[in-house]
Design a protein around this ligand. Structure first.
Ligand SMILES: O=C(O)CCC(=O)C(=O)O
Ligand SMILES: [Fe+2]
Length: 225
């Protein structure tokens, strides 16, 4: 099947190289407005056409441990599949990032899962980690934002905590704040960086995705679909 023109993106090599270097230096990467514009637009168009009822209250924990906890997070999510042009273009982009990072950093990333998230006015996601040592197999988290004309007054920042940074510094390096502007990409090691989403003053759209290791053993399939 030949892909429609809109899914042909500019060469991502220099972007992927920057992300890779940031990961080596700091364990995370923040690249403002870096997602190819035609991909961001395709995703925004798609997310705005998803019917309301397809967004479900997000929970915490996996499979049988999955619970809805409004003290921790109040956003709504919709998992991304390759059934749409936008979904499959996004998955292709993530796949090429995966291939690049595996080649450069030998991360052994295997599968990828991601969802759209909608934070309505006032919604939040309290400080959390996306993976816990020895438990899940989420290695790398990737977040992108689909909010046009986002201003600092709109709130909804992602705060990344760097608990391992030196404390005796004049500049506070223990946290980094990301404004969720259109096309901004954030990538970080899932086990290493607690992070939170602050409440926003208007609807805030993001995609959150995770690269996993291959943890399938014997006939136990992981991740469960
Ligand atoms: O939307 C964001 O800025 C981050 C979302 C997040 O941390 C998550 O879904 O695990
Ligand atoms: Fe998270």
């Amino acid at each position: 099947m030949s892909l429609p023109q809109a899914t042909h993106f500019d060469d991502n090599t220099s972007l992927f190289e920057s992300i890779s270097n940031d990961l080596v230096d700091k364990g995370y990467s923040i690249r403002p407005y870096a997602l190819p514009e035609n991909l961001s637009s395709l995703l925004l168009q798609h997310v705005s056409e998803i019917p309301n009822e397809n967004f479900k209250r997000a929970g915490i924990g996996r499979a049988k441990k999955h619970v809805i906890n409004s003290f921790v997070r109040t956003d709504e999510i919709c998992w991304i599949t390759d059934n749409s042009q936008a979904g499959s273009a996004w998955i292709d982009w993530a796949e090429s990032l995966k291939v690049y990072l595996n080649r450069r950093l030998f991360l052994g990333l295997f599968s990828f899962e991601s969802h759209f998230a909608r934070y309505a006015k006032g919604d939040f996601y309290k400080k959390h980690k996306d993976a816990f040592k020895g438990e899940g197999n989420r290695v790398l988290s990737v977040v992108v934002y689909l909010n046009q004309n986002w201003s600092v007054d709109d709130g909804g920042e992602l705060v990344i905590y760097n608990d391992q940074s030196p404390t005796l510094s004049i500049v506070d390096q223990s946290k980094t704040t990301v404004i969720p502007g259109f096309g901004t990409i954030v990538v970080f090691l899932s086990e290493q960086f607690p992070h939170e989403v602050l409440p926003a003053k208007r609807d805030r759209y993001s995609i959150a995705g995770w690269f996993r290791l291959n943890n399938s053993i014997a006939n136990k399939l992981d991740p469960p679909s």
